[in-house]
Design a protein around this ligand. Structure first.
Ligand SMILES: [Cu+2]
Length: 176
């Protein structure tokens, strides 16, 4: 009986070794897999823009995105007592858009505030690439998600809270 068992056990041992080798085979490949998600997913850009307390300035005045990218901006106010918004506009429309905001404030201050100081006439609305939907006070934030324009260029962004836009501004550069 022993002579029958011995080769069986040997075969079993070999089979187990073969199995364990096979089971371990995928392991060397495993560490390579997580490397891909570490890099930002293609076609996606994430930006964080805060405000510098009390000086009417964004803490980031320039950033770049690729045309057609999915963009998400975390707009945050960690400690500024003033309220702000963030509006990204088509190239060259910032002066006219700002004046429309000022006009709206002069015409109806309470109404303008209710609209978060975003002018809503047809021309102004057509100038907007993306905008925060509310004014951001201390401790508040908003995420703006949008698709980056297809055309490369310099897209100005600004805050339309009365008097802020002259200091509170920056540029989103769209590249191909
Ligand atoms: Cu502001």
């Amino acid at each position: 009986m022993k002579t029958v068992f011995a080769p069986t056990l040997l075969a079993l041992a070999l089979a187990t070794t073969a199995l364990s080798v096979r089971a371990e085979e995928p392991k060397p490949a495993a560490p390579a897999a997580p490397a891909a998600p570490a890099a930002a997913a293609a076609g996606e850009t994430k930006v964080v823009i805060g405000v510098v307390p009390a000086v009417m300035q964004y803490d980031k005045k320039a950033f770049s995105v690729k045309a057609g990218d999915k963009v998400s901006i975390l707009f945050t106010n960690k400690g500024c007592p003033l309220q702000h918004n963030l509006v990204i506009l088509k190239p060259g429309t910032d002066a006219k858009f700002g004046m429309a905001a000022d006009k709206m404030i002069v015409a109806d201050a309470a109404g303008a505030m209710a609209k978060a100081y975003l002018p809503d006439d047809a021309e102004s609305k057509a100038s907007i690439v993306a905008a925060s939907t509310k004014l951001i006070g201390t401790g508040q934030n908003e995420i703006l998600t949008f698709t980056a324009p297809a055309e490369a260029g310099a897209y100005p962004f600004l805050c339309t809270f009365p008097g802020h836009r002259f200091l509170m501004k920056g540029v989103m550069t769209v590249t191909q």
